[in-house]
Design a binder for this molecule. Sequence first.
Ligand SMILES: [Zn+2]
Length: 205
Amino acid sequence: MIDLRKDYDDIKKHRKALVDELKELEKDEKVKKYIELEKQEKKCHEIQTKLYKNMKFEEYSECKHLLVYSRIDQDRREGRTYKFCGCIKCGLTDEVLDEALLEEDIKSLPYKEKVMHDYLTENHIWYLPGKQLHISCDLSLARGIYSKIMEANPDIDEKTAICYFDKALHNIRNTKVSEARKKSRAKRLSLNHKFDSWNSDDIYN
Ligand SMILES: [Zn+2]
């Protein structure tokens, strides 16, 4: 008990010294400026976060989704297959509605996915509406290809865009290339440098 009391008194004294030093520093003009800027930055971050959510909600509701199967879960025991979908235009995916996600997992989803989850649940969307392309493809790959097509041909109609998309994906999947070429292709499509889900089988869980 005596040891604990001594430890407590020591740390209390040390903390008091730190608080005093902090208070003294706060009188400095540069430190005052630092604290003020930090406050402003925090406020900006809050506004930015809200704007991102509003912006994405609008984008998702206005998009006429073009859907691919972005992940396929197979429950071999029950013989059930569940296909998750994702939009190759706006990136919205119902993977964030995975029933296996616990309340805790949902809270810790990356912010972008949390916004998708909020959008779908707040609007009671349990199945993504839109045109189903019936293609199994990693969503980041599909989006990479689609955005490159639209970048090069901004005025094409949707039917042509789908046709180009089909062709591009077919070429990617059926042309044998070296690992180095795959890496540079991933870079061109703005995919993660570790990307390795080129084939339709790669999305099976
Ligand atoms: Zn969409």
